[in-house]
Design a protein around this ligand. Structure first.
Ligand SMILES: [Zn+2]
Length: 75
């Protein structure tokens, strides 16, 4: 007990903080690389849905290959 116990405690605490720091870093990196705003679009012609990122005014429908103004679907 005493000094030795405090050192062990500090080492364990340091390890725990290091691990949680790494986990936070990995999570933030993952969030950074994921497309920020994934939304579902619906084609006004074929009424099919697909998932894409961002706000696009005009997209090519992957189902019927038309250039469309997609509707954004809340899922
Ligand atoms: Zn379509």
């Amino acid at each position: 007990m005493g000094l030795e116990f405090k050192l062990v405690y500090l080492v364990v605490l340091g390890d725990a903080m290091l691990i949680s720091g790494l986990v936070l870093l990995v999570l933030s990196v993952q969030r950074f690389y994921l497309p920020g705003n994934v939304v579902w679009y619906r084609c006004p012609f074929c009424k099919k849905d697909w998932k894409s990122s961002g706000d696009k005014a005009l997209v090519h429908c992957p189902h019927c290959r038309q250039l469309v103004h997609p509707m954004i679907v809340e899922k």
